[in-house]
Design a protein. Structure first.
Lengths: 81, 206
């Protein structure tokens, strides 16, 4: 697992009553993004989703500073009269 | 993407929206080794954003930038109007301006810009999406006066404040904290800040 993001959710059951809080954590694993459900104490519950990561860059490459679009001068604020 | 955490942690993090800080700057017409003519300008914005990296928070000092209204001209770009937080992420060259401006650029300039592929634009800015805790405001746009809930920080407007209560990341005046970014949103802020400080000007390119 290379990096992960957390979301805290309180899904409700069919009667509308809330389940105890779970966290859904997204983890990158090779070419895949796996979302797993954890309890607030980080115990594994189940796998929510497995999807393909279309961003093939490594973390180092993603965070690398590249070029930029020089457009600041193309946005003109009109002065109020 | 969820931009704000539902519950805030009990520490200060980079990207946090805080309130109650006074921001100050010295104003001079020009620098002078023996300054005699200068003014001190203070402001107390409703909200500010912490720009000190998480691990460096403490030592009774914070880097803060005021939370500002968005620039109305951004709304003239449909890609930004659809989602103003698109400003925070890399985009294609043709997405960085409106179709009208893109067509006005000319073939040669368009070709040059297309070569850069996906990259950041408006490097000085990071947009915060609406949240009930930061409220809305009226903005005069091309389409008339509208209600807006998005705010933005301009990295050029970074102030340093001294605060006795900021001893370290955990010993802070936590009552000043209003909202905390999610892990993903904070990573976007970190990357945008890196792009802002790390851009290589044309005159330095080899």
């Amino acid at each position: 697992m290379t990096d992960q993001n957390e979301d805290v959710v309180n899904p409700a059951d069919e009667t509308g009553e809330a389940f105890p809080s779970f966290k859904i954590v997204s983890c990158r694993f090779g070419s895949y993004i796996i979302k797993i459900r954890l309890t607030p104490t980080n115990e594994f519950v189940d796998i929510v989703e497995v999807s393909f990561d279309s961003d093939f860059r490594s973390i180092r490459q993603r965070n690398q500073i590249g070029g930029f679009h020089n457009v600041s001068d193309l946005y003109e604020e009109r002065e109020e009269k | 993407m969820q931009y704000y955490n539902n519950a805030t942690s009990g520490v200060f993090r980079m990207g946090d929206i805080v309130r109650g800080f006074v921001l100050g700057a010295a104003k001079q017409k020009k620098p002078n080794p023996n300054p005699r003519d200068y003014q001190v300008s203070l402001c107390n914005p409703d909200f500010s954003v912490i720009l000190t990296p998480c691990c460096s928070i403490g030592y009774k000092t914070l880097a803060l930038a005021p939370l500002l209204q968005i620039q109305p001209s951004w709304l003239e770009n449909p890609f930004f109007e659809k989602d103003l937080t698109n400003i925070n992420r890399e985009m294609k060259p043709e997405e960085a301006v409106s179709q009208k401006i893109w067509e006005r650029l000319g073939d040669q300039e368009r070709q040059q810009r297309l070569q850069s592929g996906k990259a950041n634009a408006l490097l000085e800015w990071f947009v915060y999406p609406p949240h009930q805790l930061i409220g809305k405001y009226r903005l005069k746009s091309q389409k008339g006066e509208i209600e807006v809930g998005h705010y933005a920080v301009d990295f050029r407007w970074t102030f340093r404040v001294e605060c006795e209560a900021v001893a370290n990341k955990k010993q802070v005046p936590i009552e000043a904290k209003v909202l905390e970014l999610s892990v993903e949103a904070r990573n976007e802020l970190r990357i945008k800040l890196s792009a802002y400080f790390g851009k290589v000007p044309d005159e330095d390119r080899i």
